[in-house]
Write a protein that binds this ligand. Sequence first.
Ligand SMILES: *Cc1c(COP(=O)(O)O)cnc(C)c1O
Length: 427
Amino acid sequence: MSDYKIETKCIQSGYKPGNGEPRVLPIYQSTTYKYDSSTHLGDLFDLKAPGHMYTRISNPTVEQVENKIADLEGGTGAVLCSSGQAANLLAILNITSAGQNIISMSSIYGGTINLFAVTLKKIGVEVRFVTPEMTDEEISAMIDENTRLFFGETIANPALVVFDIERYAKLAHSHNIPLVIDNTFATPVLCRPFEHGADIVVHSTTKYMDGHAQVVGGVVVDGGKFDWTNGKYPELTEVDESYHGVRYTKDFGLEHAYYTKLRVQLMRDFGVPLTPMSSYLLNLGLETLHLRMERHCENALKVAKYLESNENVSWVNYPLLEGNDQYELAKKYLPKGACGVISFGVKGGREAAVKFMDSLKLAAIVVHVADARTSVLHPASTTHRQLTDEQLIDAGITPDLVRFSVGIENAEDIIADIEQALEASQK
Ligand SMILES: *Cc1c(COP(=O)(O)O)cnc(C)c1O
């Protein structure tokens, strides 16, 4: 980890060219690597020497972007995955097997709820959902000897509930389990969960990190501080039969055990790597992440304040609006800004919300959020339509909720577009 500030890390971390080498991260478009001897390759397979074997597991371009993201978060290592969903899946399966369970905050991304409540259940992993209203005692009562981790999102998509990282890190650690944080909406520019006690950070890099809506990707970052030798995690402390005697904590140290296992075991077996070309494009996005987040946050606060003042809006949710129930947590964890995503209700309910969306000219209806262009979505009828009404409300979503992703255009243009669409929504 370098001592540079986050803005410098966005530009400079990761790839460091030597004398006469390309200034810009090269794309190593190669599945394969060449060796002088079979002994050397044998050592690579036994994880005795560092190096690349096969691009499903690692690649020089991908590796440099992993190093940059690990540095941005202040972690010890990172593994890029083909999507945010893949990152969440691997982060959990790395330390969870059939018959075990995890604890998750209920207000999280709809796709993750589906993964947790349906698919993980099918393979024998139970997810126990909790809410911020529950006391530590109530949550503790749901944790047993088979509970493997605690999961939450820094800023929940789309409910915009801010996760009290320090509170839940303390709670998780009192039960000797790690805290896994999905930091997608905050990005390391706005919040670095490791500094507040989190142990593993995951991202959908598809959102702000890429920032241009071009590359689906995900990443798992290891904080390197959790004590896996507490007796609960034999998969990290005991022999891995698929690696002839490797013991991750002993051979790689606590700092590198978790992500090394995830890469050489799960990435090898599930095969969901980010490609070199995608990693290259993601790196271009990361180079301006600090500039973009600043503008996303500045624009979003202006738009949120405007929406509050508009008579055709029934409610506005943005964590950094004074009076918002997340305001204190947002001030603590997101002092630089609470990202570009706002949710609000259009007066007149579902029908008016649809009219509003159809009348927008600058903001586009897309499934995506968190990229440079302003976009809008109605979760109840699209991304979250698989959820039952009860799950919807648990996830903090009402039928009239419009999710508005404020881009980095001029704020006055965005507001003018909203103004005319709100007028049209009432006709
Ligand atoms: C989008 C998203 C995901 C899923 O990521 P993909 O890259 O779309 O697979 C996971 N978590 C959060 C918070 C997200 O916003």
